[in-house]
Design a protein around this ligand. Sequence first.
Ligand SMILES: NC(=O)c1ccc[n+]([C@@H]2O[C@H](COP(=O)([O-])OP(=O)(O)OC[C@H]3O[C@@H](n4cnc5c(N)ncnc54)[C@H](OP(=O)(O)O)[C@@H]3O)[C@@H](O)[C@H]2O)c1
Length: 271
Amino acid sequence: MAKTIFITGASSGIGKAAAILFSKQGWNVAATMRNPQHENELQQYPTIKVYALDVTQTDSVTQAVEQALADWQHIDVLLNNAGYGLAGPLETASEEKVMDQFNTNMFGVMRTIKALLPNFRAIGGGTIINITSIGGLVGLPFNSIYHATKFGVDGLSESLNYELRPFNIRVKVVAPGGVITDFATRSLQRTMDGASVYDAALEKVFAAFGTNAANYSTADQIAEVIYQAATDDTDQIRYVAGQDAQALYGAWKSMSNEEFFAMVNQRFGLS
Ligand SMILES: NC(=O)c1ccc[n+]([C@@H]2O[C@H](COP(=O)([O-])OP(=O)(O)OC[C@H]3O[C@@H](n4cnc5c(N)ncnc54)[C@H](OP(=O)(O)O)[C@@H]3O)[C@@H](O)[C@H]2O)c1
């Protein structure tokens, strides 16, 4: 029997690439997104069905899960991919922007997991894959709120493995580095509305991030890592995805915190 994957944020980027890859591999795909009325590519794949889902709305999550289960009867893998970036100094972030960032990137993940756990228990197991970021393992400048959400999802995932193991449910994390998607354009918000005392440092940091783009992965490459996580039948929890992410994580693991802090400061032209 074909397996089924349920994906959030499948309208573009990594989520859409994963939907297409899993479909090509013979899976049924519940491709969920905020605005399915704008989608006209995924429906061309016979094993992909598109559903409306906004991860910030519990009712929307519940309805999409019910519809997908009515269509496919079982869901074997949940891919929590929906998310966006919030960059800039913490001090300039409104409470609303901070709350919105957590509501999507972290509480959205909790909502879908809670909605799908009864299905996983009923079918005797399953796999939950949460897309975090290298910024869920390593802190970089002027991304504190985004990193907090992704570190949060990393911790959530590691801990959940203990309570879900008796039900044969695994929780995995795919942590990409830079990926060429809409993330750095329409999916990136800034904390600041105007000038601030951080502007000189910010300019250096954003310029340095810009020069790294040559090392970014494609969404298709990250989808391959997601497919591996979904099918390798191992207890591996973290999949650091992309050469840039692996290099940075390797450096972080090989250095003391103080050495790493000095290296990042130097690389970004900070103090
Ligand atoms: N690209 C990178 O460099 C990078 C690096 C590390 C981690 N990531 C992570 O990868 C994931 C996917 O991002 P991407 O790179 O593929 O960027 P993307 O192309 O901008 O995709 C982001 C997706 O999230 C969806 N989304 C945002 N808020 C949502 C909500 N409230 N409910 C449902 N869906 C929502 C977007 O839907 P709409 O079309 O409705 O806006 C879109 O489908 C994110 O979690 C991101 O943090 C990306």
